[in-house]
Write a protein that binds this ligand. Structure first.
Ligand SMILES: Cc1cc2nc3c(=O)[nH]c(=O)nc-3n(C[C@H](O)[C@H](O)[C@H](O)COP(=O)(O)OP(=O)(O)OC[C@H]3O[C@@H](n4cnc5c(N)ncnc54)[C@H](O)[C@@H]3O)c2cc1C
Length: 469
């Protein structure tokens, strides 16, 4: 794909004259800064970055790019796991300045512009004693997280982020502006709840908000690896009685040169009840504990540091079905520790088994929205951090080996859903893996809403493997 020429960038600037949009090119001082993403592996030299401020700006850029066959990417929080919000030589539609949050307490709804971060939403909602379902890391963009499904601490009680989406304003592939909801363009609304990145630029989301006046119990606990047997017994027991207000992430981290167990505890209720639920874990001799009552928005900042560190990062996901076999979990621990012996990164590596109650998620059938990963199982997520670009492929292979080990065990037990969360997946999966039986309907809707497949940067629905750009 040729680099967008400077005259073409000037032409785009002319089309946007009279608006507040800003076009950044190689000639601008903040060009390099504007390419920043959560991981250096996702940074690509764009031909131009357009900092849009309105739905009309977005429409102008989409139309400009589509007419000239110029590839473009849409940027919200910049935490894409496959670099989908960056482009070599194309145009980035940077939604960062479209970050207004409007809370409507009377209807318990929140309208959010397409470039807002979850931190913006969580703090605005808290001012009205409300909360929305959002991810466990609050620097993420509302855009990418929502459109791929969205899972967080309130999922147990209220479902996925997409299950709480009421309406979206969208700029389609031809630049037209439309609305999708259960009553307006319901087909499009079905598609954007799980595969939204492939259908347009969402400039405004309206979510259901829920009462959240109380603080929550949350925090991190680190354990020595000799506590593995007690942990496995505890989580197997918890699996059968996990309630909607609870959540537990458990797994491993390499800190100070060795592998430890790390836990993140969450309970949306009073401290004494939380301590009762988690007492078998809390009573284990712990190296470090940082835990207590805090506002819901603060609980969503606990993991922000996993995304903060500089350098090269890779997130990969899979799923796990319980009960967890002790021997299998020991093997995962050994594999993780062994990978790290071999892995010359100086950042942190993490592996989490994410126990968030799934009853509310599976209440919705897999064909009710494009999101097809609904089943009685949990997500598993790993994040590796390193610095030397020369070992990119080595880290990728090591990490994928670890995730495949977990996936193979899961697949033996699972008979539901696609077993893969598209927002945790890079190019190692294809559209059929991610959308299963929903893919044929998605392809039909692509013909209607984006016949030239201009939105193909995330997971290309029309390709059998990976992404085309
Ligand atoms: C450290 C880390 C922690 C995570 N934790 C969670 C978690 O707890 N729960 C969870 O569900 N997910 C989690 N994820 C996955 C996360 O949902 C995805 O990485 C998501 O894509 C991030 O969205 P973003 O807007 O920040 O990213 P971006 O890179 O800006 O965008 C991601 C994709 O969405 C598209 N996009 C973004 N905004 C819009 C829009 N308004 N309209 C159209 N397309 C748009 C982009 O073009 C790109 O294809 C995590 C990821 C990371 C890296």
């Amino acid at each position: 794909m040729p680099f967008l020429t400077y005259p073409a960038a000037l032409e785009l600037q002319k089309e946007l004259s009279g608006t507040n949009a800003e076009v950044i090119t190689l000639a601008d001082d903040d060009y390099v800064e504007s390419l920043d993403r959560w991981s250096a592996t996702s940074e690509k030299e764009a031909g131009a970055i357009v900092r849009v401020t309105s739905v009309e700006d977005v429409s102008t850029v989409v139309e400009f790019a589509a007419k000239r066959y110029v590839p473009f990417a849409v940027l919200s929080g910049g935490y894409s796991t496959n670099g989908a919000s960056s482009t070599y030589g194309g145009i980035v539609i940077d939604l960062g300045r479209m970050n207004k949050v409007d809370v409507q307490p009377s209807s318990s709804t929140i309208s959010v512009e397409g470039g807002a971060k979850w931190a913006d939403v969580n703090t605005a909602a808290a001012q009205h004693g409300l909360a929305v379902v959002g991810p466990t890391v609050s620097q993420l963009g509302v855009g990418g997280t929502t459109l791929g499904g969205g899972i967080g601490w309130l999922t147990g009680k209220y479902g996925l982020v997409v299950d709480n989406l009421i309406e979206a304003q969208i700029v389609l592939a031809d630049g037209s502006i439309t609305t999708a909801s259960e009553t307006e363009n319901p087909d499009l609304f079905w598609a954007i709840r799980g595969a939204g990145q492939d259908f347009g630029v969402i400039t405004r989301f309206t979510f259901k908000a829920h009462p959240q006046k109380n603080d929550v119990y949350a925090g991190m606990v680190y354990l020595e690896p000799d506590k593995l047997p007690q942990l496995v017994d505890y989580v197997n027991d918890l699996d059968s009685k996990l309630e909607e207000d609870q959540g537990l992430f458990f797994g491993f981290t390499n800190s100070n040169g060795r592998t430890n167990i790390v836990l993140i505890l969450f309970y949306n209720g009073p401290q004494d009840q939380a301590e009762k639920i988690f007492s078998p874990l809390l009573s284990l001799d712990s190296g470090r504990k940082e835990i207590g009552m805090m506002p819901y928005y603060k609980a969503n900042e606990l993991l922000n540091r996993t995304a903060d560190s500089a350098g090269r990062k890779r997130l990969s996901g899979t799923s796990v079905t319980f009960p967890l076999d002790m021997g299998f979990f020991q093997t995962v621990y050994q594999h993780f520790s062994h990978v790290l012996d071999d892995y010359p990164g100086d950042g942190e590596a993490l592996l989490f088994f994410e126990m968030l109650p799934y009853n509310k998620v599976v209440e919705v059938p897999n064909d009710a929205t494009a999101y097809a990963n609904r089943g009685p199982y949990y997500n598993v997520c790993s994040i590796f951090n390193w610095h030397d670009a020369k070992i990119d492929s080595k880290v990728r292979t090591l990490q994928q080996g670890l995730m495949n080990l977990i996936r193979e065990e899961h697949i033996k037990k699972s008979g539901h859903g696609v077993n893969m969360y598209a927002n945790y997946t890079g190019f190692e999966a294809n559209a059929k893996d991610l959308f299963g039986d929903n893919l044929s309907r998605l392809k039909e809707l692509k013909k209607q809403y984006d016949p030239r497949n201009v939105f193909r940067k995330w997971h290309d629905l029309l390709l059998q493997t990976g992404s085309s750009v």
